[in-house]
Design a protein around this ligand. Structure first.
Ligand SMILES: Nc1ncnc2c1ncn2[C@@H]1O[C@H](COP(=O)(O)OP(=O)(O)O)[C@@H](O)[C@H]1O
Ligand SMILES: [Mg+2]
Length: 344
């Protein structure tokens, strides 16, 4: 049975429509008809095929690269480079499978299993529940779920990653990639095939994760819910340094990066987006978070359990924990401008 998440954003699909690029660059926002057509194109071209299967009695999700997946990923990466966007699709099959399985086990290995399967696929335990995008589209998204997402992203951000030379970040923390687990009431992260450029400061990468999540909501919830929902999410996330960096990133970019921004906002109208981002920037200023000088707070934080960590290349190891404290010492002091992830 195919999983049926309504949102299937795949940047590679966009490149099959020159009109989309032209129109986006010319107008800053897509006309409605074209936006619908673009969405259809995007939905029809996917890097992966997702299916469900029961394997040795366990419900599993099989994620398989389609035959053109690597080419599409490379094409998208070319655009990311041209637009100076600091993310990359893992186009190499082995590297993708290692990272996807490693991150899944690092974050969800307390209850769920994952493994590489055949030469072009991974097999992941199915997490019971629905992703937050589907909840939002069906009108069942609650503050409780958003708080769970904020807490889980924060927990994930404490892991060390050798590959990223610092604390971990997701790279594609959009709402379809956050599953609200039935029963436990906690959120879990999935889908690890886009990775941040490791040269970025950790705070910039982690703020980008928050941004990507929030941009899914920006055109999809009512004005009445925008601030209560987004601030609940941010409060639960809680790290003042990362949220201060996010505040700087809440600006609509120009040039080539605008195309990806429009994908991220699901082609929401730019006037709505601008208005909502302004209100969120103000609200962040009034959030009662930990003081900005949070180095001490970070040092006191409990490190994630060793049992959640895998030994595969690029994911945290017990040994590398000592490096986490060095990273804390090197953390960008609040107020010092850091490199932005996009040309905003
Ligand atoms: N392990 C899993 N457990 C439950 N649902 C999953 C799992 N993996 C994927 N899904 C569902 O399939 C959708 C697509 O999977 P994802 O890994 O995000 O691939 P894609 O690259 O196509 O976005 C997710 O949004 C989620 O709804
Ligand atoms: Mg996904």
């Amino acid at each position: 049975m195919l999983l049926n998440s309504k949102k299937k954003i795949n940047a590679a699909g966009i490149f099959s429509s020159v009109h989309v690029i032209e129109s986006t660059l010319r107008n800053g926002v897509l006309p409605d008809g074209l936006s619908n057509a673009a969405t259809a194109v995007v939905e029809s071209l996917k890097i992966n095929v997702i299916s469900e299967r029961t394997y040795r009695g366990r419900p599993m999700v099989i994620k398989r690269r389609n035959p053109y997946g690597a080419k599409m990923a490379d094409m998208t990466n070319l655009y990311f480079r041209l637009a100076k966007l600091p993310i990359r699709y893992l186009s190499d099959l082995d590297e993708w499978r290692r990272w996807e399985v490693g991150c899944f086990l690092m974050l969800n290995g307390d209850r769920y299993r994952a493994a590489a399967a055949r030469k072009n696929a991974v097999r992941l335990d199915k997490i019971p529940g629905r992703n937050l995008w589907d909840h939002m589209k069906q009108g069942t998204l609650t503050r409780h779920m958003l708080q769970a997402a904020g807490r889980e992203i924060h927990r994930a951000h404490q892991f060390w990653s050798d590959k990223l030379s610092g604390r971990w970040s997701h790279g594609d923390a959009s709402m379809p990639n956050v599953i609200f687990e039935e029963g436990s009431g906690r959120a879990r992260l999935i889908d690890f095939e886009i990775r941040h450029d490791e040269s970025l400061p950790v705070v910039t990468r982690q703020a980008d994760d928050l941004l990507v999540f929030l941009l899914d909501m920006v055109g999809n919830i009512s004005s009445r819910h925008w601030l209560p929902f987004t601030t609940s999410f941010l409060r639960a996330y809680g790290d003042a340094d990362v949220i201060a960096e996010l505040r700087k990133q809440l600006v609509i970019p120009s040039g080539l990066a605008l195309l990806w921004w429009n994908v991220r906002t699901n082609f929401a109208k730019s006037a709505t987006v601008a208005r909502r981002l302004t209100s969120l920037r103000k609200a962040i200023g009034q959030l009662d978070l930990y003081p900005l000088a949070s180095g001490a707070r970070r040092r006191q934080k409990r490190r994630p359990s060793k049992t959640c960590q895998t030994r595969s290349a690029g994911t945290p190891t017990a040994k590398s924990r000592t490096r986490a404290s060095r990273e804390i010492a090197k953390a960008v002091p609040p107020g010092m401008p850091s490199r932005l992830p996009m040309t905003r």
